[in-house]
Ligand binder design. Structure first.
Ligand SMILES: NC(=O)c1ccc[n+]([C@@H]2O[C@H](COP(=O)([O-])OP(=O)(O)OC[C@H]3O[C@@H](n4cnc5c(N)ncnc54)[C@H](OP(=O)(O)O)[C@@H]3O)[C@@H](O)[C@H]2O)c1
Length: 276
């Protein structure tokens, strides 16, 4: 697929992978609609694209909370009205939540699902009817290697991403033959703000990395769209985990238990009251 001239919506475009994706699409002269809650960050992105890629169509910033149906409807409907179509939707908005499962409140668990899983579902429900009328489109769902197997101290996050993968597979089969493709991306650890903003409920330390730069992750995603890829593993660990969990589940289980032991007992005072 050629990216130039395509109408692209990126959710969670105010920082990290989403911001890097918006820049990568603009660098290929796509018409980007950038969505997130922080309007000031989106305005910075608009300015940066205008400076770095003067040939690209201007980025349209849309303040949108993906947990609100009205915002999502406005995002998709407004993009279609302004630009005539949505060729590529990237469901990237996401939040983290770290710590032992018994300390995670139901409300916090639900919030993670509402952003990471249902945020994508809301966008998909809005965009698919438009894509069907044009018999084309690409839906890119940004999952995580944490979707491949439950990872200790990331119960809500893994549940949200695992469910996103399952829902994406359902959608992919349902849309077969319509001209609409569904891509699932499994990034590994990436150096973004997600770790600063995530709520920490305690009971474990965060592993130290290593972290990929968001620009590299974004470039990998854009290349995968150009290649019409289906499932996109951006790291060797992600590929290895996807193979091993099928071939040798006990090895993966053992590795997860070891990680849980190594990280257990993080200072309980790390728990905070972050609201994202
Ligand atoms: N970083 C990693 O190691 C890693 C690994 C695998 C997968 N991922 C996934 O990659 C995606 C991007 O995350 P990131 O690492 O780039 O983190 P990030 O820098 O924190 O970016 C997250 C983005 O999501 C937006 N967002 C959060 N809640 C939202 C809501 N309710 N409505 C709309 N937008 C919302 C944030 O913008 P506002 O706050 O302005 O709304 C921000 O633009 C997420 O889906 C994440 O799960 C990340």
């Amino acid at each position: 697929m050629r990216i130039e001239g395509k109408n692209v919506i990126v959710t969670g475009a105010s920082s990290g992978i989403g911001r890097a994706l918006a820049l990568a699409f603009a660098g290929k002269r796509a018409a980007v609609t950038a969505a997130a809650r922080r309007a000031d960050r989106l305005d910075q992105l608009v300015r940066e694209v205008a400076e770095r890629f003067p040939d690209a169509p201007p980025v349209v910033p849309v303040t949108c909370d993906v947990t609100r149906e009205a915002d999502v409807s406005w995002l998709v409907g407004g993009t279609v009205e302004r630009r005539g179509a949505v060729d590529i939707l990237v469901n990237n908005a996401g939040i983290g939540l770290y710590g032992k499962m018994e300390s995670v409140s139901i409300e916090d668990f639900q919030e993670v699902l509402s952003v990471n899983l249902l945020g994508a579902v809301r966008c998909i429900r809005e965009v698919v009817p438009f894509m069907r009328t044009r018999e084309s489109g690409v839906i890119v769902n940004v999952a995580s290697v944490a979707a491949l197997h439950g990872v200790p101290y990331l119960s809500a996050y893994c549940a949200s991403k695992g469910a996103l993968v399952a829902a994406s597979q359902s959608l992919r089969a349902e849309l077969d033959g319509t001209g609409i493709r569904v891509m699932i991306v499994y990034p590994g650890y990436t150096d973004t703000e997600i770790f600063e903003h995530e709520k920490v409920v305690g009971g474990a330390r965060r592993p130290p990395g290593p972290f990929a730069p968001p620009g590299r992750v974004a470039a990998g995603i854009v290349r995968a769209i150009e290649r019409n890829a289906g499932d996109v593993f951006l790291t060797a660990q992600g590929r290895a985990l996807s193979v091993l969990r099928g071939l040798a589940p006990p090895i993966v289980e053992r590795a997860m238990r070891r990680i849980a032991r190594e990280l257990r007992g993080g200072d309980e005072s790390q728990a905070d009251d972050g609201t994202r």
